[in-house]
Design a protein around this ligand. Structure first.
Ligand SMILES: Nc1ncnc2c1ncn2[C@@H]1O[C@H](COP(=O)(O)OP(=O)(O)OP(=O)(O)O)[C@@H](O)[C@H]1O
Length: 318
């Protein structure tokens, strides 16, 4: 992500109240701790990922946020309103798709939105049009919903969820069943919604690559507890530098003695060097002057998947 946008987002986070705030949220079912005291905050304009293996407690937490099940202990605030004390106001500030979005297949997309608008206060025809354009459904909005692809249904579901202008959008496993181009379109849609509508978006998923590209920050949940909250940028830390070259043995000795680096030889043409990034040009020059042909140099990055595996080691991972 662009550095300026990142700084801007951090500034926004520092200056603003969260659109969603969980404090010490617990859920006990038949004396078993399912959720063991979760704290987290989501801010306007950010896409926040909720990641965890099967059975970690993602859906239970999302269902507590939208009031489908009661929390045993703790506090949840949406747009500043307590889900316990100000339920209706809290719910006015959240749009969600937790299971499949509810819609009438035999009506058109437009008719579906009209039906919903008639049930809510203050939704104008202009707002419906605005939502249709925001989710990119203009061309097909008059077609019956049963002719829609899964991705189009999802767009309509998002339009429904956002009609009342909530501050927070919650999506549970939203890319399930989408093909790669659908996933990519979805990613662009969510990012642009977060920016244009200044929405906080909470997305749950176990699809790590997707989350890496979609979210600004992630919370990793394991056995009912959050084990880490971090920005995606922080995760993608250096994991050494890969060199493909003619003589790894000779290169290893040079890098270790002259640049105080650690080197692991991978095969007869590849090594990974743990050196300072600013030393790389000098290393390359020295390899050249020692007559070691260099084919390729690349910075290795730690992915969300690496981190997820480290933190959830031993759990079932899908
Ligand atoms: N009503 C219930 N009674 C007993 N156990 C429950 C109940 N609801 C959830 N659980 C248990 O709580 C744990 C968390 O479930 P949850 O569905 O929140 O996980 P998840 O992270 O959403 O997993 P998945 O990705 O598989 O949906 C699981 O072990 C589940 O079996």
């Amino acid at each position: 992500m662009d550095q300026d946008i990142k700084k801007e987002k951090n500034k926004r986070r520092e200056n603003k109240d969260p659109v969603l705030e969980l404090s010490n949220v617990k859920k006990t079912i038949r004396k078993k701790g399912i959720i063991k005291g979760i704290d987290l905050s989501v801010y306007a304009g950010e896409v926040f990922g909720f990641l965890g293996p099967n059975g970690a407690g993602k859906t239970t937490t999302l269902r507590m946020i939208v009031g489908l099940i009661r929390m045993t202990e703790g506090e949840i605030k949406i747009g500043g309103y307590s889900v316990k004390k100000d339920f209706v106001k809290a719910m006015e500030n959240v749009g969600c798709i937790i299971e499949n979005p509810e819609m009438y297949d035999y009506l058109s997309g437009w008719e579906n939105l009209k039906v919903l608008a008639s049930m809510e206060r203050g939704i104008t025809k202009d707002r419906i049009k605005e939502m249709v354009s925001l989710v990119g459904l203009e061309k097909r909005i008059d077609d019956k919903v049963y002719t829609y692809s899964l991705g189009m249904k999802q767009r309509l579901g998002i339009a429904q969820a956002l009609m009342k202008r909530p501050k927070l959008l919650i999506l549970d496993e939203p890319t399930n069943g989408l093909d790669p181009s659908g996933i990519s379109e979805f990613r662009h849609l969510i990012r642009s919604l977060a920016e244009k509508e200044n929405l906080g978006v909470l997305v749950s998923s176990h699809i790590l690559g997707e989350m890496e590209m979609l979210t600004d920050r992630v919370a990793i949940i394991r056995q009912g507890s959050i084990v880490k909250v971090t920005s995606v940028d922080e995760i993608i830390k250096e994991k050494g530098i890969t060199y493909r070259l003619a003589d790894p043995l000779k290169a290893k000795s040079l890098i270790e003695t002259e640049f105080n680096g650690q080197v692991q030889i991978r095969d007869d043409e590849e090594l990974v060097a743990f050196v300072k990034e600013e030393d790389v040009p000098a290393i390359n020059q020295r390899l050249f002057s020692k007559g070691i042909p260099l084919y390729y140099v690349a910075k290795n990055q730690k992915s969300l998947e690496d981190l997820f595996l480290e933190l959830t080691a031993g759990d079932e991972i899908v």
